[in-house]
Design a protein around this ligand. Structure first.
Ligand code: ZN
Length: 629
């Protein structure tokens, strides 16, 4: 087995240029300001003893950057990996570095309000323990979820229980929160999770030749993911709420970094929570795991609104990732730079697009204004100029770039075969790739080798050289996710597939799905060609809520309707709740005993349900990425 390689001379030269180009003389101590205490409890473990967060995994991030890591990414990861309890402002604390995100504690009159309780229950509970150790054993009197991403709500059961919430502890979230929090798992969840493993480098060793961080945080924790539905939904900008004596004023920012998100301001503390719309890195307009493209134009507009609303008075700004910005002037400057960055990306991409340039062309020649370029918080540690520009192009124009030569190209295997054949055979192409590699043209080497691997998946020399090439590209990358996806490609070529190490679809998430979302999840599992000629009609009643639906399978399509239907169904299914249906059908069983055990019953033709289950296809959480299969 091949172990990681040295950085080539080409990579070393690039790093030298980076060191000369960026203001490395500036202090990187902002992330340490306000430190109260480190977490000294060692690895955080699940009930079964499994480590879900290793707080010491990144202790190697000290001193000068090694040749195998982009020095800018090294500097950033060193800051992001710092951990402990920090005072943001008297009355506001954060625990950072105990998960990919921050958890924030705001002191109330009777207890403490928790903002964004991390990915995992275990990590959120550990953070709360650390807070209580130093700030007093206060009860949790409220929870605020700034947006619908899992790293901001998954650990909620580590800080409150169902009983607490039933007894009146509010869970406050932006409108649309629940639908989006669970919805992301419905449609493309499997593919996103597989690709997320590339993006976050979950299977990679931590170290100078492996994973050094993920830009927005170090990596995801791997504990229990939970969800308690919000009890207070905020829907209007300017809405004010008082929780445990603390005044909160909200600004809605839907369809920015997340589909459902808000900022809030604490007028009595002059503190601004900016959620995840302003960070100490360029964020993603389209994450490499895959997602809908975010709206850079709206995002920039919200930041302008924030600056104009609270920019003259806020004394500290904090968010769900990275460290706070201290001081009114610094906040205004920071928010304005972030705003300018997203607006510049958006506007200049559109300008060039209207001159006929394609996404790839625009991304290749996209100098940022020097003031943005030289600002550490605007560097592409998470998103990059390259893939964000392509994302903006995609949002407005889609995958087709207008050139008919690229309208109907062969897919990778067919293209690879023809390419290799017409270039003179696989060995010739690999030799050309080796020459490109030696010259430091890794981008061309990787294209050549991709064709060989898709034409001849067993070509050892091509696979080895592709692994080496990805590795050098990883060493070059300033973005954590870019480094991770390249090194993940290297890892899989050298050691085989790591599949999908983490899955986010826990029981709480399934329970929170609406009937409509579950029907949608079923519909995308239907193996169309296998049931083109079926025509099934099934009525489903959820006895818990009294909701009734007609499911119809026709032409390989499963549709649903809540309206009364003119014709009779072939069968009637009664179940306690939508989640039971998800458990049965997505679990692949509608056997009478399973149905009865789940509290369900069916009359009419039970064969209808059995047929429906039989044509459900399963997603593949281990699909091939860098090889054809
Ligand atoms: Zn986040």
């Amino acid at each position: 087995m091949t172990s990681p390689r040295e950085a080539t001379d080409h990579v070393r030269r690039q790093h030298k240029e980076t060191l000369a180009a960026l203001p490395f003389h500036e202090s990187d101590e902002a992330s340490e300001r306000g430190l109260v205490a480190r977490w000294t409890g060692g690895p955080i473990t699940a009930a079964d003893g499994r480590v879900v967060w290793d707080v010491d995994a990144y202790a190697f991030l000290e001193g000068e950057a090694p040749d195998t890591v982009n020095p800018s990414l090294w500097r950033h990861s060193r800051q992001v990996s710092r951990q402990g309890l920090y005072e943001v402002r008297p009355g506001i604390h954060q625990v950072r570095g105990l998960d990919i995100a921050n958890i924030t504690f705001i002191e109330g009159e009777r207890g403490v309000i928790v903002v964004d309780p991390l990915v995992s229950v275990e990590c959120a509970a550990a953070a709360l323990r650390l807070y209580r150790e130093h700030c007093g054993d206060k009860p949790v009197t409220g929870v605020i979820l700034t947006h619908s991403h899992i790293d901001h709500f998954g650990g909620i059961r580590g800080v409150v229980s169902d009983e607490d919430v039933a007894a009146g502890v509010p869970v406050i979230a932006p409108s649309g929160f629940l639908e989006h929090a669970v919805g992301e798992n419905v449609f493309a969840g499997t593919a996103m999770a597989r690709r997320a493993a590339y993006m976050f480098g979950a299977a990679l060793e931590r170290g100078p030749r492996g994973q050094v961080g993920a830009g927005i945080g170090q990596t995801n924790s791997t504990g229990q993911v939970s969800l308690i539905p919000p009890t207070v939904l905020v829907g209007e900008t300017g809405e004010e709420h008082v929780v445990d004596g603390v005044r909160l004023v909200f600004q809605m920012t839907p369809d920015s970094e997340a589909p459902s998100e808000f900022h809030f301001y604490l007028p009595d503390l002059k503190a601004l929570c900016i959620a995840e719309n302003s960070n100490h890195a360029m964020h993603n307009l389209l994450t490499l795991r895959g997602a809908l493209v975010r709206d850079a134009h709206a995002w920039a507009g919200y930041l302008t609104e924030t600056i104009e609303t609270w920019g003259r008075e806020a004394e500290v700004a904090f968010g769900g990732h990275h460290w706070p910005t201290f001081g009114n002037e610094a906040i205004r400057e920071h928010l304005a730079l972030q705003r300018d960055m997203y607006a510049y990306l958006h506007d200049q991409t559109l300008r060039r697009l209207n001159q006929g340039y394609t996404g790839t062309e625009i991304a290749e020649d996209f100098p940022m204004p020097p003031a943005l370029e030289q600002n550490w918080a605007n560097r592409g540690y998470y998103g990059t100029v390259s893939h964000n520009v392509k994302a903006i192009y995609q949002r407005y124009m889609g995958w087709y770039d207008g050139n008919p030569a690229r309208l109907w190209q062969h897919p990778p295997v067919e293209q690879g075969r023809r390419f290799v054949r017409d270039m003179g055979g696989a060995d010739v192409v690999v030799a050309k790739a080796r020459a490109a590699y030696e010259e430091g043209d890794f981008r061309w080497a990787t294209t050549l080798l991709d064709h060989v691997i898709f034409a001849e998946p067993d070509h050892e020399a091509a696979r080895e050289l592709q692994a080496d090439t990805f590795e050098q590209l990883g060493y070059l990358a300033e973005s954590g996710p870019w480094r991770n996806v390249y090194l993940a490609g290297t890892h899989e070529l050298r050691h085989g597939s790591f599949g999908t190490p983490l899955s986010s679809a826990g029981a709480d998430i399934i329970r929170a799905l609406s009937a409509e979302q579950i029907f949608a999840a079923l519909a995308i599992r239907i193996d169309g060609p296998r049931c083109w000629s079926d025509h099934l009609r099934l009525d489903v009643e959820f006895t818990g809520t009294g909701e009734r639906y007609r499911l119809t399978l026709r032409n390989g399509v499963l549709t649903h309707s809540a309206r009364p239907q003119p014709d009779r169904a072939q069968a009637n299914l009664r179940l306690p709740a939508p989640a039971v249906l998800a458990g049965l059908l997505l679990g692949g069983s509608a056997a009478p005993e399973d149905l009865a055990a789940a509290g369900g019953e069916i009359d009419g033709d039970p064969g209808v349900l059995a047929r429906l289950v039989s044509v459900l296809d399963a997603p593949d959480p281990g699909f091939a990425i860098v090889t054809p299969e």
